[in-house]
Design a protein around this ligand. Structure first.
Ligand code: ADP
Ligand code: MG
Length: 263
């Protein structure tokens, strides 16, 4: 583990976040901090409020109360200009990729550059090709359409687009969901590479045990409206909370824990 994940200023600070939909309480006091260059995972049962928390972090939704600060900016206090500037400092990979079906991979990856910079087309294409290569895709994929790609290639293309503006922070919603084991392992390695090579801070929602054991530095377990446990997988494995135990019981969790890298 690089030491940069220790004792540095938090990239994300979430304090006392509460969120309701009508009578339904989704968050009743979520607190957490994500450190620079950390790979941080959020886990929790279906409906525990993971995606809602992610949407709150990326300014798609507001909590009812509490505060969220990202890269030093308090999300509640942002002007429109500051929000637009902040959005360019993070990349988001949505669960279903979110690529435009009518655009090639090259056009999809270049889109954020077309929207947010005044670079000319040739340079945008060049930068987009570099992001495509960095995501582990062959050059010829650039001219293909999303419908022509496998699940693993789609995830990589969507990651290339999330990286288009050289973000400091990357949000990944279920980056390996629906992939065969080999493609999923490729995505695991890619996530690690992005952190190690570019010093990116990565926040991911996942229930992929291999990704959790081999890639995540720290994991927050969301249940009953709050973070019920926080730590490395080895630390969580020693906790007795009913929301945490299911991740450590059964043959699948046993197999995944055997491959863990030392944390
Ligand atoms: P998770 O991602 O952990 O499965 P979500 O954050 O998507 O959970 O949802 C948490 C709960 O909030 C669910 O019960 C969901 O139905 C509800 N919810 C999420 N978004 C909305 C919304 N816009 N309107 C009403 N209910 C919502
Ligand atoms: Mg979700």
């Amino acid at each position: 583990m690089p030491n940069i994940t220790q004792n540095s200023v938090p990239v994300i600070e979430i304090s006392k976040v509460a969120t309701r939909f009508g009578d339904q309480v989704v968050h009743s006091g979520v607190d957490l901090e994500v450190r620079r260059a950390e790979i941080f995972a959020v886990i929790g049962g279906s409906g525990s409020g993971k995606s809602t928390l992610l949407r709150e972090m990326i300014l798609l939704q507001r909590p009812d109360s509490g505060s969220i600060s990202i890269l030093g900016a308090d999300l509640q206090q942002l002007t429109d200009d500051a929000a637009a500037a902040l959005r360019q400092r993070w990349g988001v990979m949505f669960q279903h990729g979110g690529l435009f079906g009518s655009l090639t991979v090259l056009e999809n990856v270049g889109l954020p550059l077309r929207e947010h910079t005044r670079l000319d087309d040739a340079l945008i294409d060049e930068l987009a090709r570099w992001k495509i290569a960095m995501s582990g895709l062959k050059p010829e994929v650039a001219s293909q359409y999303p419908s022509e790609l496998s699940g693993g290639m789609l995830k990589r293309a969507s990651l290339a687009r999330a990286m288009a503006l050289d973000p400091e922070l990357l949000f990944l919603d279920e980056p390996t969901a629906g992939l065969d084991p080999e493609s999923a392992a490729g995505v695991d390695q890619l996530v690690l590479k992005l952190r190690d090579v570019f010093g990116l801070t990565i926040v991911m929602i996942t229930h992929d045990l291999d990704l959790l054991w081999q890639v995540a530095d720290r994991v927050a377990v969301l249940a009953d409206g709050k973070v019920q446990g926080l730590g490395s997988m080895s630390e969580l494995a020693r906790m007795d909370h009913p929301a945490i135990r299911p991740y450590f019981e059964g043959p699948r969790s046993h197999a995944a824990s055997q491959h863990q890298t030392q944390k």
